[in-house]
Design a protein around this ligand. Structure first.
Ligand code: NAG
Ligand code: NAG
Ligand code: NAG
Length: 417
């Protein structure tokens, strides 16, 4: 309560000082303003941060020109759920810009009330931090970027509106600043589980036995016969034993990718252009674990048609038959400089090294950074977003152009056509 009163007083004091200063600014705050309402609201943690970030003046100017929509994380998201190291980073005076960007990422310069929320197709807005931020509806939930709206239209004022959201959203720029400082591994709330350990003598990653019975065959023997666009063979009588519901785990991670945004091309390839989703589901059902290095849409958009003519080959090179998290990979490259990971595209391996406080895969022009850590980690499938498409070193020159046939869309258990 004290901090609320303090906040309102501070705003009024600020406005007094601001208006006393000769200025051509026409900014004049109304007591009915959404800014005053924010400082007086239940979102006390957010309000305090807005003050600490010295943003009141910026916001006052913003609401003088246009309405704003504020996505306000509930207090718990900023107290209990916020990684203490990230919080410390944000509150260091030298990182004021990061704190400002983080907060401005939660505001857009227009008024979106719940009646005008986009449907399942995301609509991107540019936040006051100048980042693009997608709004959409999903199974009846409204979402903004990675956060679910839990109190829509919570506060409505003539110059703006506040929606309560479940969690703090961290824009990429802030995440990168933070990673660069490397006080912390990842800002993701996902706890890495079952992260493999490194054998200090061999520098190889110790494979942890899955919690169920470990499969007897190597994953390469268990893979479908050769990369092809054929649907995965149906298990015959007495076929493979199903220890896990791999299909639903794969379906789950595809859906997570689609919610996350920015990975639609990859999802489409896995589900529609190839039968890889089916294949992955089958492998996971049989007890194997997989890490997907997931190129984002921007990376996929740069591929030439020749290269995209072999989507399955490309994707196999992005599948690591181990369970790795951002933390486990980062620890490995930090300790050993370079680490080679097997891929499902035999015999090619993908090399990883530490670069700029993150993990970099591949070499030279064909390299990619771990960009969106731990998009999905369930103990069997781990999905790590990367900002490039990887090719084996031998293949850095595009393959001889073939007659390009558009890959046909295979039937899929996930999204029947
Ligand atoms: C004040 O006016 C100058 C010149 O017209 C302009 O460049 C500046 O952006 C204005 N400042 C504000 C705060 O509006
Ligand atoms: C804010 O939105 C309200 C309602 O749509 C509108 O009447 C008002 O003019 C807007 N204010 C500004 C500054 O655009
Ligand atoms: C698969 O294709 C269908 C039909 O074009 C499309 O609606 C669906 O979104 C695609 N699935 C993915 C995961 O992209």
């Amino acid at each position: 309560m004290d901090s609320q009163i303090y906040g309102v007083l501070l705003l009024l004091l600020f406005l007094t000082v601001a208006s006393a200063k000769p200025s051509n600014s026409t900014a004049q705050i109304n007591s009915n303003s959404v800014l005053v309402a924010l400082l007086d609201s239940r979102y006390t943690e957010l309000s305090e941060l807005v003050e600490k970030a010295l943003l009141l003046h910026t916001l006052e100017e913003a609401v003088a020109k246009h309405n704003i929509t504020i996505f306000a994380p509930r207090n718990e998201a900023l107290e209990r759920d916020l990684n203490p190291e990230l919080k410390r980073f944000l509150l260091e005076p030298g990182n004021l810009k990061s704190l400002q960007n983080l907060l401005l990422f939660h505001m857009i310069p227009t008024r979106i009330d719940s009646n005008h929320w986009p449907a399942s197709n995301p609509v991107h807005h540019t936040s006051l931090s100048n980042d693009r931020i997608p709004l959409r509806a999903n199974n009846g939930d409204k979402t903004v970027s990675t956060a679910k709206v839990i109190k829509s239209d919570d506060i409505i004022r003539p110059d703006g509106i506040i929606h309560g959201i479940e969690r703090l959203m961290v824009p990429k720029s802030v995440q990168q600043d933070f990673n660069a400082r490397r006080n912390l591994r990842a800002t993701s709330a996902v706890l890495p589980e079952g992260a493999p350990e490194v054998d200090p003598r061999t520098h190889r990653l110790l494979k942890k036995a899955p919690t169920g019975a470990p499969p007897a065959l190597s994953i390469f023997d268990a893979m479908g016969p050769g990369p092809s666009l054929a649907p995965a063979p149906a298990p015959g009588p007495g076929g493979p034993q199903h220890h896990f519901d791999g299909e639903s785990q794969v379906k789950d991670f595809i859906q997570t990718l689609l919610h996350y945004g920015g990975y639609n091309e990859l999802a489409d390839i896995l589900v529609n252009l190839t039968s890889l989703a089916t294949e992955m589901g089958r492998l996971v059902s049989e007890g194997y674990v997989l890490t997907v290095l997931a190129p984002n849409d921007e990376a996929m958009a740069k591929l030439t048609t020749e290269r995209l003519s072999e989507p399955e080959q490309i994707m196999y090179y992005h599948l690591i038959p181990e369970y790795q998290t951002e933390e486990s990979m980062y620890n490995s490259v930090r300790r050993f400089g370079e680490v080679n990971y097997d891929t499902l595209r035999l015999p090619h391996k993908v090399v990883a090294e530490e670069a700029d406080g993150s993990v970099k895969f591949g070499q030279g022009e064909g390299s990619a950074y771990l960009f969106d850590p731990d998009i999905y980690t369930d103990g069997r499938i781990s999905v790590q977003g990367i900002d490039g498409v990887l090719f084996p070193a031998e293949e850095t020159a595009p393959p001889v152009a073939k007659v390009v046939s558009k890959p046909r869309r295979g039937a899929s258990f996930l999204y029947p056509i």
